[in-house]
Ligand binder design. Structure first.
Ligand SMILES: Cc1cc2nc3c(=O)[nH]c(=O)nc-3n(C[C@H](O)[C@H](O)[C@H](O)COP(=O)(O)O)c2cc1C
Length: 169
């Protein structure tokens, strides 16, 4: 049984809900897991960490970036996993080859890989339902309802199951 921190950075809470689902699945699989805001969390005292952030304009939220750099020595010494949450809207089959830089910030992934991250994944996001500015309001208005929440809870739980298995091995 491992004690796992699921640290997350969010603006509109949908990434917090993903983190809670991951922590819940890890608990269902017999581990001790808690989700906490990255800005208020430390990896100290945990056996493993899952770190996730919403992606805005190709960047992780500041709290998650800070967590990754402040906790780098602890993360390098323990198993850890990373997720980004973001893509929303209608799929774009003709996306340019470098489109994935908007999904996973390259610098963050390079840092995580240098520290030995076990795996990094991208989960679909959720268009902010409480838009706080013009851009968010336009996004909400222009995204068809069926493409507003692309979080796939089966996919998220399956990923957490893989983490649970790795921690039990
Ligand atoms: C202004 C704006 C910019 C965004 N930029 C990106 C982006 O670059 N890449 C991406 O994958 N998603 C992007 N998104 C989608 C968000 O990441 C998505 O809505 C996410 O689920 C929000 O997470 P949160 O509710 O935890 O803040 C953007 C959303 C908004 C409103």
């Amino acid at each position: 049984m491992a004690h796992v921190l699921v640290a997350y950075a969010t603006k509109h809470q949908s990434t917090a809900e993903i983190a809670e689902a991951i922590a819940g699945e890890l608990r269902a699989r017999g581990h001790v897991a808690e989700a906490a805001e990255a800005g208020h969390a430390t990896a100290d005292g945990f056996d493993a960490v899952v770190l996730g952030s919403a992606t805005y304009a190709g960047r992780w939220r500041r709290e998650a970036r800070h967590f990754l750099s402040h906790e780098r020595d602890r993360l390098a010494a323990m198993p850890f996993w990373v997720f980004s949450s973001g893509p929303i809207g209608e799929p774009k089959p003709d996306a340019p080859p470098d489109d994935d830089k908007w999904l996973e910030p390259r610098k963050v992934i390079e840092q995580a890989e240098a520290l030995g991250v076990r795996e990094h994944v991208v989960f679909g996001g959720h268009v902010p339902q409480d838009p706080g500015n013009f851009v968010e309001r336009a996004m909400l208005q222009n995204t068809p309802e069926e493409y507003q929440d692309l979080r796939d809870w089966d996919e998220i739980r399956a990923w957490a199951d893989r983490i649970a298995d790795a921690l039990s091995a």
